[in-house]
Design a protein around this ligand. Structure first.
Ligand code: HEC
Ligand code: HEC
Ligand code: HEC
Ligand code: HEC
Ligand code: HEC
Ligand code: HEC
Ligand code: HEC
Length: 416
C-alpha cells in the first residue's frame, strides 16, 4: 500500500423512486482508489489517512516520546492523550488497540487527519454505540460493572464474579481461555506470544483492502478482523485461512434500520474441533464465541444439548427460525421485518444480501449476537436489551418498543 494515494468518501445519493413507496436516501460508497494493480478499483481501503497519524518512525518528536498507550490512552479533540506507557509499539504504531479505538467524548466514529476511526470505548456514555456495543459500561473508568461486558486488558480489572469464561472448551490456556485482562503469555507448546485482550478475538489486518458491500473473506481481512486467533497463535501469521465472513455495514451500525445493517454468517452444522481454527470451519460469527463458551451451544454432537423429551436445555443458537405462527410477526407474514436489535444470521451469504429488510423464516438462524453485544452494553450479561426489567433496548432509539425476545417470539407479546 505504500506510496498509494487514496481518496475515500461517503456520499448520500438518491436511489430509484418507487411509485407510492416513500423511499429513503441510500448511502452509496464512492471509492476512488488510484493505481492499485491487481485490486478491484471499487474497493475501499480498510484504513485511510496520513501514515503519521497512526505510525511514528522513532517514537520521538522534539526529543520527547510520542506514543500514548496502555490504560487511559485515548483520542481527545484529535490528539492522542493519556496512557500508562510511552514505550514503542509493534508496527511502529503511535498507540495500541485500546488507545486508538477510545474517545474521551461521546462520539463513536471520529475522523483524525483523514482516518475514520470506529470507537468501542468512550470515557462518557456513548451517543450511538456501534454494532458490537461499547466497553464504557464495563470499564473501571466508566460504568465499572463487570457483568456488563467482556473485561479486557487496558479497559477494566478482571471480572469480580467469573474466574474464566462460562462454558469453556476444557483447557484453560492463558490468556484467552482464562481472562482477557491477563498480560500476554507464551503458553507451553506454542512458539509465539499470545496477546489476549482485544486480540483474543480479533486478528488485525488494517491494511487489507476493505470490502464495500460485497461478502468479506480472507483477502479482505475477514468480517471485522475476526480471523482465527487460534490459528494466528499457532502460525504467527495474520493472514489466517479460517475466519468469519459477512457483509459490513459502512458505519458499523452507528445508524441501523430494517434495511441498513450488517449481514451475519451463521450455520446449522454441528461444530467441529480439530484445533487451530477448525472451530471456525463454517465462518460463522457464533463460532468465535463458542471457542471460549463451548457448552453454550450444540457442541460437537447433539448429545447433551437436547433432553430425551426433545426440548432444548439451553436457548438454541445456530438453529433455524421456524416458519411457524409463533415467529411470523403481527400481522402474520412469512417474511417478518429484520430488526437490528435482535439480528439473525444467514446460512449462506451472496452478493445482493446487503441490507436485506426481512427475515427468511425456515432458513435464517438465531445466534449468540441475536441477544448479546460482544464488547459491552448497558445491561447485565452484555445483553442487547434490559432482560431484567422491561426488556427494552437502547432507550430512545425507537427501534423496538418491546422486549427483544419478542422480536422473534412475536406470538408471546401479549405477556409484557
Ligand atoms: C488509521 C491508521 C493507520 C494509517 C493512516 C496507516 N496505518 Fe499502517 N498500520 C496500522 C495498524 C493499526 C497496523 C497494525 C497491523 C495490522 O493491523 O495489520 C498497521 C501496520 C502497518 C504495517 C505492517 C503490517 C502490514 O500490513 O504490512 C506497515 C508496513 C504499515 N502499516 C505502513 C503504513 C504506511 C506506509 C502508511 C501510510 C501510507 C500507513 N501504514 C498508514 C494503522 C495505520
Ligand atoms: C469477545 C470477543 C471480542 C473482544 C474481546 C473484542 N472484540 Fe471487537 N468485535 C467482536 C465482534 C464479534 C465484532 C462484530 C460485532 C458486530 O458486527 O455485531 C467486533 C467488532 C469490532 C469493531 C467494529 C465496530 C463494531 O462495533 O462493529 C471494532 C473497531 C472492534 N471490534 C475493536 C475491538 C477492540 C479495540 C477491542 C479491545 C478493546 C475488541 N474489539 C475486543 C468481538 C470482540
Ligand atoms: C493507530 C490507530 C489504530 C490502531 C493502533 C488500531 N486500530 Fe483498529 N482501526 C483503526 C481504523 C482507522 C479503523 C477503520 C478502518 C476502516 O475504515 O474500515 C480500524 C478498524 C478496526 C476494526 C474494524 C474492522 C472492520 O472491518 O470494520 C477492528 C476489529 C479493529 N480495528 C481492531 C483493532 C485491534 C484488535 C487493534 C490492535 C491490534 C487495533 N484495531 C489497532 C485504527 C487503529
Ligand atoms: C489468542 C487467544 C487464544 C489462545 C492463546 C488460545 N485460544 Fe483456543 N480459542 C480461541 C478462540 C477465539 C477460539 C474460537 C475461534 C477459533 O477456533 O479460532 C478458540 C477455540 C478453541 C477450541 C475449540 C475449537 C478449535 O479450534 O479446536 C479449543 C479446544 C481451544 N481453543 C483450546 C485452546 C488451547 C488448548 C490453547 C492453549 C494451547 C488455546 N486454545 C489458546 C482463542 C485462543
Ligand atoms: C477468547 C475467549 C472468549 C471469546 C472468544 C468470547 N468470550 Fe465471552 N467471556 C470470556 C471470558 C474470559 C469471560 C469471563 C470474564 C469476563 O466477563 O470478561 C466471558 C464472559 C462472557 C459473558 C458473561 C459476562 C459477565 O461478565 O457476566 C457473556 C454473556 C459472554 N462472555 C458472551 C460472549 C459472546 C456473545 C461471545 C462471542 C461474540 C464471546 N463471549 C466470546 C471469554 C471469551
Ligand atoms: C435468545 C437469547 C440468547 C442467545 C441466542 C444466547 N444467549 Fe447467552 N444469555 C442470554 C441471557 C438472557 C443470559 C442471562 C442469563 C440467563 O437468563 O440465563 C445469557 C447469559 C450468557 C452468559 C453468562 C452465563 C453466566 O454463567 O454468567 C454467557 C457466557 C453467554 N450467555 C454466552 C452465550 C453464547 C456463547 C451464545 C451463543 C452460543 C449465547 N449466549 C446465545 C441470552 C442469549
Ligand atoms: C433471533 C431470534 C430469537 C430471539 C431474539 C429469541 N429467541 Fe427464543 N427461540 C428462537 C428459536 C429459533 C427457537 C427454536 C424454536 C424451535 O426450533 O422450535 C427458540 C426457542 C425458545 C424457547 C423454547 C426452547 C424449547 O425447548 O423448545 C424458549 C423458552 C425461548 N426461545 C425463549 C426466549 C427468550 C426468553 C428470549 C429473550 C431472552 C428469546 N427466546 C429470544 C429464536 C429467538
Amino acid at each position: 500500500m505504500m506510496g498509494v494515494v487514496e481518496f475515500v468518501s461517503y456520499q448520500p445519493v438518491k436511489r430509484g423512486h418507487f411509485p407510492g413507496v416513500g423511499f429513503s436516501l441510500g448511502i452509496v460508497l464512492v471509492a476512488i482508489v488510484a493505481i492499485l494493480s491487481g485490486t478491484d478499483p471499487l474497493m475501499a481501503a480498510a484504513v485511510a489517512g496520513k501514515c503519521g497519524t497512526c505510525h511514528t518512525m522513532h517514537n520521538s518528536q522534539n526529543n520527547a516520546a510520542l506514543v500514548h498507550a496502555g490504560t487511559g490512552a485515548k483520542w481527545t479533540a484529535g490528539s492522542l492523550t493519556g496512557g500508562s506507557s510511552t514505550d514503542p509499539q509493534s508496527y511502529l504504531l503511535t498507540t495500541d488497540c485500546v488507545g486508538c479505538h477510545s474517545n474521551s467524548a461521546a462520539d463513536t466514529i471520529i475522523t483524525v487527519s483523514g482516518a475514520r476511526i470506529p470507537i468501542v470505548f468512550n470515557s462518557v456514555v456513548p451517543t450511538n454505540p456501534l454494532a458490537g456495543g461499547n466497553f464504557y459500561w464495563v470499564a473501571t473508568a466508566g460504568g465499572n460493572d463487570t457483568t456488563k461486558g467482556h473485561n479486557v486488558r487496558g479497559i477494566s480489572a478482571a471480572d469480580s464474579n467469573l474466574a474464566g469464561p462460562p462454558g469453556p472448551p476444557g483447557a484453560g490456556c492463558e490468556p484467552c481461555h482464562t481472562t482477557l485482562t491477563a498480560a500476554p503469555v507464551k503458553p507451553g507448546g506454542f512458539a509465539f506470544v499470545m496477546n489476549g485482550g482485544c486480540e483474543a478475538c480479533h486478528v488485525a489486518r488494517h491494511h487489507a483492502p476493505g470490502s464495500g458491500s460485497v461478502v468479506v473473506g480472507k483477502d479482505d481481512g475477514w468480517f471485522r478482523f475476526l480471523g482465527s486467533t487460534m490459528e494466528m497463535a499457532a502460525t504467527n501469521s495474520n493472514k489466517t485461512n479460517a475466519g468469519v465472513t459477512g457483509i459490513e455495514d459502512p458505519d458499523w451500525e452507528q445508524t441501523s434500520a430494517a434495511n441498513k445493517h450488517n449481514v451475519y454468517k451463521g450455520t446449522v452444522n454441528v461444530y467441529m474441533s480439530g484445533g487451530m481454527g477448525s472451530g471456525l470451519a463454517d465462518s460463522a460469527v457464533g463460532q468465535v464465541c463458542v471457542g471460549c463458551h463451548q457448552t453454550f451451544h450444540r457442541y460437537m454432537t447433539d448429545a447433551g444439548q437436547y433432553l430425551i423429551t426433545g426440548s432444548w436445555i439451553r436457548h438454541p443458537a445456530d438453529v433455524v427460525m421456524p416458519d411457524a405462527d409463533d415467529f411470523r410477526g403481527t400481522p402474520p407474514t412469512s417474511t417478518p421485518a429484520y430488526n437490528p436489535i435482535a439480528p439473525v444470521a444467514k446460512q449462506a451469504i451472496v452478493a445482493g444480501d446487503q441490507n436485506t429488510p426481512t427475515v427468511a423464516l425456515g432458513s435464517d438462524v438465531v445466534m449468540c449476537l441475536s441477544c448479546h453485544r460482544p464488547h459491552g452494553s448497558p445491561y447485565p450479561d452484555m445483553l442487547r436489551w434490559d432482560y431484567r426489567n422491561d426488556c427494552k433496548a437502547w432507550e430512545g432509539d425507537g427501534l423496538h418498543p418491546n422486549c427483544g425476545c419478542l422480536v422473534c417470539h412475536t406470538a408471546k407479546d401479549d405477556i409484557l
